[in-house]
Design a protein around this ligand. Sequence first.
Ligand code: ATP
Ligand code: MG
Length: 234
Amino acid sequence: MLRTVTATRYVTPLREGGSLPGIVEADDDGLYVLKFRGAGQGPKALAAEIVAGELARDLGLPVPELVLIELDPALGAAEPDPEIQELIAASAGINLGVDFLPGSLPYNPTEPPDADLAADVVWLDALITNVDRTPRNPNLLRWHGNLWLIDHGASLYAFHGPDPLARAKNAFPPIRDHVLLPAASSIAAADERLAGKADPARAASLVPEDWANGDLYAEFLHERLQAPRVWADV
Ligand SMILES: Nc1ncnc2c1ncn2[C@@H]1O[C@H](COP(=O)(O)OP(=O)(O)OP(=O)(O)O)[C@@H](O)[C@H]1O
Ligand SMILES: [Mg+2]
């Protein structure tokens, strides 16, 4: 189970994010990036955040803690932007929270991570079909000198179309635009390191039932992890 906290204060919108995430304070005194269930991308984007983020954690990759956040729309009363007011009103109840990394910096390609770590991230993103780790939009942060992975909402996009399971074994050509590919060691070696470590059933079981059918995500990824893994041939 993901931990559940209750938002106690809406601090500020994060305007750089396409889905207009906000920073909130919660009743455990933590600060979280709140991803709204009522945002345009819908609850499946939040399901993808959970499944992809928790799979990454299984692989030993650094992902900020994910929590569920109970949101009382009254917290948005002081927010002047009507678009954000609407988002808050449409997201009463449970949302996704990402532990806020204070003072983190955007990814700097002149300081790439260790080549094996880069290869592991490329392999993960090919597994979860993540189109959002490009030079233009790396969705990587540097915090206390280490690389952190954020924003997996655009991954697992087959679930936005018909019959995702039929596409489970597909190749993933957009991996060629991955921001860490130039810095990565062998992806075949990453495949050997990682394929046995992912636990899709655990990750998928963490998705709230009314956001998406977690069993389908588990089945999709289970299939995708069976050899031959064409998608890992990067
Ligand atoms: N956990 C975090 N700690 C610190 N900063 C964060 C965190 N999560 C997100 N941010 C900041 O907020 C920005 C937007 O977050 P994120 O990428 O998750 O949102 P998004 O709406 O999915 O964005 P987009 O679709 O535009 O990439 C990030 O680029 C980063 O600068
Ligand atoms: Mg982003």
